[in-house]
Design a protein around this ligand. Structure first.
Ligand SMILES: *Cc1c(COP(=O)(O)O)cnc(C)c1O
Length: 387
């Protein structure tokens, strides 16, 4: 059976060119960046070069990039790092997020809510945060605004530059989780007035176990890990050079191919959306235009998303109901509820995310199989007959 992977928003395979770039750093060039001898210096050189490549992608300086293990860690470091750095006795403890952030932002702020006030901004029916809402909710005790760049579930791209400008004007730190947009669409941290930015290697054909946090020069954070003082004291522990070299190689490829790849994927995405909307009752979730080139999220009124995912898997096709992190919980997605779907509609959702190795043939195959499966499942659905 043909195997078709359409869950690139959950994770991506390591590109062979990336694996090749990493290999010497697993065996021959294995040094510890903190060592003074030539092995250490070789590793240090690779680290510096990688940092430069990653900084260049978003118009940052190399000293503004800190390597972490994941986007989850970067998000934790950004938010806790700012909160814990507030002077003792300071009453400023208010954080603004959106209601569609990734679980790692939701859980971090929930954990902090014993000492902090958290405002969750609503989104419109396309999943868009209104920058005016950000402006209105900023109060004298607000320290941080954290709004994701692009949604991992519905692909909506937020008006980050507008939000950044507002935050800078009000002297409030602005963090964005760019895990889904980094390497896929242009980001300029200076032009967009971003203070802190999160990205992850395994979403862009790099290895798992590498992430980064951009921290604008001059911003002080309290580290999560204390120890040998690596990464400018912000992330102690021996630096994972093979993963970082892979992350940098992945970015180099993304940067080179960004324009053509975004165009190619948008075309496939739109073909897929058009095809799916021909199925009776199918509805697109998220914004039509302000959308990641590789994201499709749809709902079917009478069907369980989980059944769809399982049936598709039996045809060799890998998709998801929502984010990989919440899909095993069998609860309706809070992101889909936030854009106004009823719980039953949210249960009938399917996320299809395209990537570098997606072909038009695969899209045609998916459309054929999906159309058939939806009809079959509808016949069995108890909801359909109620109406
Ligand atoms: C995947 C993802 C994360 C988590 O990334 P890890 O590197 O796996 O921790 C965080 N935020 C968003 C938007 C994501 O898509």
């Amino acid at each position: 059976m043909e195997k078709v992977y359409l869950d690139y928003a959950a994770t991506t395979p390591v590109d062979k060119r990336v694996a090749k770039a990493m290999e010497p750093y697993l065996s021959e060039k294995f040094g510890n960046t903190m060592s003074l001898h030539s092995f250490g210096q070789e590793a240090k050189f690779a680290l510096d070069q990688s940092r430069q490549t990653l900084a260049d992608l978003i118009n940052a300086k190399p000293n503004e990039i800190i390597f972490t293990s994941s986007a989850t860690e970067s998000n934790n470091l950004a938010i806790k790092g700012i909160v814990f750095n507030m002077p003792k006795g300071s009453r400023a403890r208010h954080i603004i997020i959106s209601s569609i952030e990734h679980p790692c932002i939701m859980e971090t702020t929930k954990w902090l809510s014993r000492g902090c006030k958290i405002t969750k901004l609503p989104v419109d029916k396309y999943g868009m945060v209104n920058p005016k809402d950000v402006e209105r909710e900023i109060r004298p005790d607000t320290i941080l605004v954290s709004i994701m760049h692009a949604s991992n579930e519905i692909g909506t791209i937020q008006k980050i530059a507008e939000i950044g400008k507002i935050c800078r004007g009000k002297k409030v730190y602005f963090h964005t989780d760019a895990s889904q947009s980094f390497g896929k669409i242009p980001i300029d941290v200076k032009k967009m007035n971003i203070d802190l930015l999160t990205a992850s290697s395994h979403k862009i054909y790099g290895p798992k176990g590498a992430g980064l946090l951009y921290i604008r020069e001059g911003i002080k954070l309290v580290p999560l890990l204390h120890g040998g003082g690596q990464e400018n004291g912000l992330r102690s522990s021996t630096v994972n050079i093979p993963a970082i070299v892979g992350f940098a190689k992945a970015v180099e490829l993304c940067q080179k191919e960004m324009k053509t790849e975004a165009k190619r994927l948008s075309k496939l995405r739109d073909k897929l959306i058009k095809g799916i909307l021909k199925i009776e009752g199918a509805k697109l979730n998220g914004d039509k235009k302000l959308r990641l080139p590789n994201n499709v999220n749809v709902s079917f009124p009478y069907i369980e998303g989980e059944s769809l995912v399982i049936q598709l898997d039996m045809h060799g096709i890998a998709c998801s109901t929502g984010s990989a992190c919440s899909s095993i919980k069998l609860e309706p997605s809070y992101v889909l509820l936030a854009i106004g779907l009823k719980p039953q509609e949210a249960h009938g959702s399917l996320r299809i995310s395209l990537g570098r190795f997606t072909t038009e043939k695969e899209i045609n195959y998916l459309l054929k199989v999906l159309t058939k499966i939806v009809k079959q499942l509808e016949l069995m659905s108890p909801f359909k007959h109620e109406k």
